[in-house]
Design a protein around this ligand. Structure first.
Ligand code: AQP
Length: 330
């Protein structure tokens, strides 16, 4: 079986963007692939977190993963910080990554603009930790949203560079990007991606938002003045984004959607999109409540996942240490 690895940061709650761009896809891949899904808590430290809030959010994030359909019986599900090989391999790979390469990362440039008061070295070397995450598991495919494509390319470059020096240690991974939903945009500024750390709560939908709130946020979504439901990312980014969401939730094509709302105003369209999202997220919200009430179960998932991930990761790390000439512990 081919191996899949992916992760999300517990830097907020799971957004509709994270769900449609990544997690929904992860769920579908579980039967066919050997899947490893990580909650990348170390990555989330690149922005300041309040310790108490952060810990609670991490538990909640795990429950959201499971509620979305990730199944610990089928996949390895764990916290990054529980497997020290992530941080260890990241250090090694830092020494095989150029500052010039990291300076070209779009996400770094965007995040540096957003967090001007805290442009820390972790934010800069974030893609190296991500490369370590992926390479530790000899991953074949990395299912991610469009925004992560550049980081996967860097991961490949680092892996090839390392292999050229030391022989075939790492598998060269490939990005696996969904056809629909790979790039969900902010509801308030459809030229920016939907992001869980956006200050404007109306810009994103969380998978745990109540039906009323979801309806309200869609009603406020920015559109245009043409009043025709038609796909055109450049001229109509807001409507195109809503069409994308609707398509991803219902499986309908853009032509079908255009026909469905032909002659109707944006009000009816927005309402239909909101209803499709509410309906699609309902089972997730319900399952989440159940899971959060059973901390014992969550803890067993955490423990079990960490042990399984540790087993695989420590093997790769050992191989790396050996190839680069570190002295083995006698
Ligand atoms: N808007 C999006 N559309 C489609 N996919 C998206 N992803 C994120 N935003 C969108 C995908 O979700 C996965 C997990 O992302 P992440 O948690 O690693 O962090 P991120 O990409 O930085 O997501 P956010 O929501 O924007 O978080 P913050 O605000 O903390 O930076 C990835 O596969 C990503 O592609």
């Amino acid at each position: 079986k081919k191996r899949i690895f992916s992760g999300a940061q517990p830097s907020g709650s799971v957004t509709l963007g994270n769900y449609l761009g990544a997690i929904k896809n992860w769920v579908e891949l579980q039967d066919e692939y050997d899947c490893i899904y990580c909650i990348v808590d170390l990555h989330a430290l690149t922005v300041r977190q309040d310790p108490k809030v952060f810990r609670e959010r991490c538990y909640s994030f795990l429950a959201q993963y499971l509620a979305c359909g990730l199944d610990p019986e089928k996949s390895v599900i764990y916290f990054q910080s529980h497997v020290s090989a992530h941080a260890e391999l990241a250090w090694i790979l830092n020494c095989y990554t150029y500052v010039g390469e990291l300076s070209r990362m779009t996400q770094f440039k965007e995040k540096a603009k957003k967090h001007r008061d805290n442009i820390n070295a972790g934010l800069f070397t974030y893609p190296v930790l991500m490369a370590a995450d992926i390479l530790l598991f000899k991953t074949d495919l990395v299912p991610v949203g469009e925004d992560q494509k550049q980081h996967i390319e860097l991961t490949r470059d680092i892996a090839v560079r390392f292999n050229n020096l030391y022989g075939e240690v790492f598998k060269i991974p490939e990005a696996y990007i969904p056809k629909v939903g790979a790039r969900i945009m902010s509801l308030q500024d459809p030229t920016k991606k939907m992001s869980k750390s956006d200050e404007n709560e109306n810009s994103y939908i969380l998978v745990l938002d109540s039906p009323d709130l979801i309806m309200k946020k869609f009603k406020k979504a920015v559109t245009d003045s043409e009043a025709v439901v038609r796909y055109d990312e450049v001229a109509k980014p807001g409507i195109s984004n809503l069409m994308n969401i609707y398509a991803a939730m219902t499986g309908r094509s853009f032509e079908e959607i255009e026909r469905e709302f032909d002659g109707q105003g944006y009000g009816a369209f927005k309402k239909a999109v909101a209803e499709a999202v509410i309906e699609g997220l309902k089972p997730i919200r319900e399952k989440y409540e159940e899971l959060m009430a059973d901390k014992g179960y969550l803890e067993s998932v955490i423990k079990n996942g960490a042990a399984r991930a540790e087993n695989i990761a420590s093997e790769t790390l050992k191989e790396v240490y050996d190839r680069i000439g570190l002295v083995p512990l006698p």
